[in-house]
Design a protein around this ligand. Structure first.
Ligand code: PGA
Length: 260
């Protein structure tokens, strides 16, 4: 860890949220080790969230008792319950004290063919159970190259949040994750982020009012967040947190982002 990114100014007083998306990584012994270490380490005031794979939800849930760190799931079934082999229901997640659910990650959209309509059903499941969706949206490289960023973001948002009952009173985290930035080392520029933020703010305000956007929506960024870019990203005033993949697998790396 280099000294120059250990400290940088945070422009906002409010706590930022750091969501560790472990994806299909870490085995039982790694999870035990991570939990043991994170509880002993000191970190700057921030909200930390861990999103383990399903088999370790119980373990992480137990491990986080008496800690301020919160639990997230990486996915949830669209259906409520029943004959859906291999699926995990929202009530099962609730049983384990899950607070947040990542929905619409581009890996789910692209590799597992999740559509906006499935994502919309998942958002509704999460909200009606009193949890908070971390709704991921973002354009592909091709869409970016052809100038479609805004169109794609607006469409994903409208479809995913369509007909959500009482949306204006619900809490939602919007994770802007450009597909071309995920796991590639290519991070968004500030002007690209500004453009995405403005488009998202407009779209959400038109869905449920600007008060909803200001008061209930958290705007976070994900895509190759690491020690090299975290200080610059943290200076962007409207950015309220980060969804971190690769750099969240090691507790020291993850906390170096929080403490940067
Ligand atoms: P990355 O993943 O940090 O490894 O790019 C982020 C994500 O997919 O949420």
């Amino acid at each position: 860890m280099k000294k120059d990114f250990l400290k940088c100014l945070s422009f906002k007083d409010m706590k930022k949220i750091y969501i560790a998306n472990w994806k299909m990584n870490l085995l039982k012994k790694d999870v035990i080790d991570f939990l043991k270490k994170i509880k002993k380490r000191k970190y700057q005031s921030a909200d930390l969230v861990l999103a383990p794979s399903f088999p370790y939800l119980n373990q992480v849930s137990d491990g986080l008792k008496n800690s301020a760190i919160k639990l997230a799931a990486q996915n949830v079934a669209t259906q409520e319950k029943g004959a859906f082999t291999g699926e995990v229901s929202i009530k099962m997640l609730k049983d384990f004290g899950v607070r947040y659910v990542i929905i619409g990650h581009s890996e789910r959209r692209q590799i597992f063919s999740e559509t906006d309509s499935m994502i919309n059903q998942k958002v509704k499941r999460v909200l009606e159970t009193g949890m908070i969706p971390i709704l991921c949206i973002g354009e592909t490289q091709e869409e970016k190259n052809s100038g479609q960023r805004e169109t794609v973001l607006v469409q994903q948002l409208r479809n995913s949040l369509s007909r959500v009952e009482n949306l204006a009173n619900k809490k939602v985290i919007i994770a802007y994750e450009p597909v071309w930035a995920i796991g590639t080392g290519n991070v968004v520029t500030e002007s690209e982020l500004d453009e995405a933020y403005r488009a998202i703010k407009r779209a959400i305000s038109s869905l449920a009012g600007s008060n909803f956007f200001e008061e209930k929506v958290m705007f976070v960024y994900g895509g190759s967040v690491d020690e090299k870019n975290i200080c610059d990203l943290k200076k962007i005033p409207y950015l309220q947190g980060f969804l971190v993949g690769g750099a969240s697998l090691n507790v020291d790396r993850f906390l170096s982002l929080v403490n940067a």
